[in-house]
Design a protein. Structure first.
Length: 190
């Protein structure tokens, strides 16, 4: 009987090594999307979105088996100048209502190195959905020193064409390309 139980335990052991993806929730207070574009060749203009909602299904053993979903209101944009914000929210750009959202849902993850990956997904912006690839890196994974629970931090970058999302007003004088930098923290859902 002992031999049968031992054999069953040994047969099951390899399957125990396969970890399932674990759910992480974005820490809204430490997650932001920064965007930049060239303004007539004179300056680089910056803006950001912060305080957004999302979750990551993170598989440490097989990062390609992970996924991410993020959403935030268009009107959560911060430009640093109220007149620019109102211009972006006008019909010339977003024509944004209070419930208009920006969303990103991953469709594939390609591991590119130790702690790096290309995350491809569907970006919905201004009622247009297009595929976008994020060059992502894992900054840190471990127990948060103040929260005493598992925490993860990631950075990612990409460039989009705003005209792809019907936001091409004044292009090419104001650059069509928008550089995006993302930094997020997420905590393990308990």
């Amino acid at each position: 009987m002992k031999k049968t139980l031992l054999a069953a335990a040994l047969a099951a052991a390899p399957f125990a090594a396969f970890a399932e993806p674990e759910a992480y929730v974005l820490d809204a207070s430490h997650s932001q999307v920064l965007f930049a574009y060239d303004h007539l060749g004179y300056s680089t203009t910056w803006g950001l979105f912060a305080g957004f909602d999302g979750e990551i299904s993170f598989d440490q053993a097989d990062p390609a088996n992970s996924s991410v979903r993020v959403s935030f209101p268009v009107r959560s944009m911060f430009t640093g100048w109220e007149a620019r914000f109102e211009h972006f929210m006008s019909d010339a750009f977003f024509g944004a209502d209070e419930d208009d959202m920006v969303t990103f849902t991953s469709t594939a993850i390609e591991v590119t190195g130790e702690g790096t990956a290309n995350i491809t997904g569907d970006l919905t912006l201004n009622d247009v959905t297009k595929p976008v690839t994020l060059a992502a890196s894992l900054n840190q994974l471990g127990d948060h020193p103040m929260e005493n629970k598992p925490w993860a931090g990631f950075d990612a970058t990409t460039t989009i064409l705003r005209s792809d999302f019907n936001l091409g007003e004044f292009a090419p004088f104001i650059s069509d390309e928008v550089d995006i930098q993302i930094s997020i923290e997420a905590f393990k859902a308990m």
